[in-house]
Design a protein around this ligand. Structure first.
Ligand SMILES: Cc1ncc(COP(=O)(O)O)c(C=O)c1O
Length: 466
């Protein structure tokens, strides 16, 4: 590949006019020269406001931006250097522990992480370690741990199983059991099961898995088979929606079987990328030998995380939002986002080509498929339709909208869905414009004389995990 050329308008006399693409340049440049080049290239990234694919926050207000620029040098691990940030981290996870109805938030443990993926790894590790201790105490083998989860888990759980050598026991989703719902759980668990993962806000469809029903199924299994199996709730998105929009839904520490919960501060926590949270029900749910001590104001402070150094600024931003919005503000923001999601789902559900995957969104995320779809081609030619959801996704991109189409996981991998994630910042006006563009795209595709080449060969079809 050729070098990166600098626009002559910005080049100074005696300065470099090009940079090697994959090698550190021998000689440096003026800051403004390097800035201009990177600024221009980063412009090619999409318009985040029109990205209806991502869950991750892309906008914060001016005060948050100010705090961010005052704090981007803070290292979360350096509790001695940044005791105030460490104290604020502590306050934040205790606030979250209360939000999730932990029995004793002042005496449990939690931490910030870089995102839900790291938090899920920690949750899974605690389940595994606790199981290992129990097995060793009774002289039993710790060779073959397994964990039960839906086939629709986010990829971080596949990583957990792979990296930490735990057998995943996937319960497939189906038309009848659209989420993990406790059905047939009996045949998946045994004495080597370290836990069950329940998702509040399935990545593919936005649906909640019914934590209470699954806990009940596990209660029943315990009374019959003596297996005491705990739940980790992966509430990456729902953890910051359910407490505000569905406060009566019992999915959290109100259920005694729930050992730990994670969420992404950078999703519906409304913070910029780089923040997750995990809280354990009690200290006993997090085995002591997973905790490390770092020096903190001459004393010591428990820490647990996979990374050592990481940014501390996002933690301050989460605290800013807790103070600035309060419970009421979060209710209003999440409520407005949900209203837009309901509006969009309603409009899309009314269109004759589409069928919503669930009637009413749980989080402001919903998916749909084509009516009468020929599953393998993303909803092809049956009913005389010459286009697929992949074609529609491509077409919407021409209007600037990113709306992914992707196959469902096992056992529905023959089915293609399309999904919208509504985030704060997607206003009602923008949503109306989106619906207009969607109709234009469908109208265009309906007018085709023949299927587009990609539909004819059943193209696309890659997995989608965000
Ligand atoms: C259910 C679920 N768990 C975990 C993750 C991973 O979260 P993060 O991107 O914060 O690491 C996601 C991301 O979409 C998710 O939807």
């Amino acid at each position: 590949m050729s070098d990166l050329e600098l626009n002559p308008l910005f080049a100074r006399a005696d300065e470099v006019t090009s940079f090697p693409r994959h090698r550190i340049p021998e000689v440096g440049s003026l800051p403004e020269t390097a800035y201009q080049l990177i600024h221009d290239e980063a412009m090619l990234d999409g318009n985040a406001r029109m990205n209806l694919a991502t869950f991750v926050g892309t906008w914060m207000d001016d005060y948050a931006d100010r705090l961010y620029s005052e704090a981007f040098d803070k290292n979360m691990i350096d509790k001695d250097e940044y005791p105030a940030t460490a104290e604020i981290e502590d306050r934040c996870w205790r606030m979250i522990a209360r939000l999730w109805n932990a029995p004793d938030p002042d005496h449990t443990l939690g931490t910030s992480t870089v995102g839900s993926s790291e938090a899920c790894m920690l949750g899974g590790l605690a389940l595994k370690r606790r199981w290992q201790h129990g097995r060793r105490e009774t002289g039993k083998s710790t060779e073959r741990p397994n964990i039960v989860l839906s086939s629709a888990v986010q990829v971080c759980w596949e990583k957990f199983c792979n990296y930490f050598e735990v057998e995943p026991r996937y319960v497939p989703v189906s038309e009848e059991h659209r989420v993990l719902d406790g059905h047939d759980l009996d045949s998946y668990v045994d004495e080597n099961t370290i836990g069950v993962v329940v998702i509040m806000g399935v990545t593919y469809t936005g649906m909640y898995e019914p934590v209470a029903e699954i806990a009940e199924a596990l209660d029943e299994i315990q009374s019959r088979r003596g297996l005491d199996i705990r739940i980790h709730v992966d509430a990456a998105s729902g953890g910051m929606i359910a407490p505000f929009l569905q406060p009566d839904l019992e999915w959290d520490f109100r259920l005694p079987r729930v050992a730990s919960i994670n969420t992404s501060g950078h999703k519906y926590g409304l913070v910029y990328p780089g923040l997750g949270w995990i809280v354990w029900r009690t200290r006993e749910d997090l085995p002591e030998d997973l905790i490390f001590r770092v020096s903190y104001l001459g004393g010591d402070m428990p820490t647990l995380a996979l990374n050592f150094s990481r940014p501390g600024a996002q933690v301050l931003l989460q605290y800013y939002l807790f103070l600035q919005l309060g419970m009421d503000g979060y209710r209003r923001v999440q409520g407005a986002t949900m209203d837009v999601a309901r509006y969009l789902a309603g409009e899309i559900g009314k269109m004759p080509d589409f069928e919503l995957w669930s009637d009413d969104p749980d989080i402001p995320v919903f998916a749909w498929r084509l009516v009468g779809e020929d599953a393998r081609t993303g909803g092809g030619v049956r009913r005389g339709r010459k286009w697929t959801l992949y074609d529609l996704s491509d077409r919407l991109r021409m209007h600037g909208w990113q709306v992914p189409a992707y196959p469902m996981p096992d056992n529905l991998s023959d089915m293609t869905v399309q999904r919208i994630v509504v985030r704060n910042g997607m206003s009602h006006d923008l949503a109306t414009l989106f619906v207009r563009d969607l109709r234009t795209c469908v109208h265009y595709l309906d007018g085709l004389d023949a299927p587009l080449p990609s539909s004819a060969v059943g193209g696309h079809g890659t997995g989608f995990h965000h």
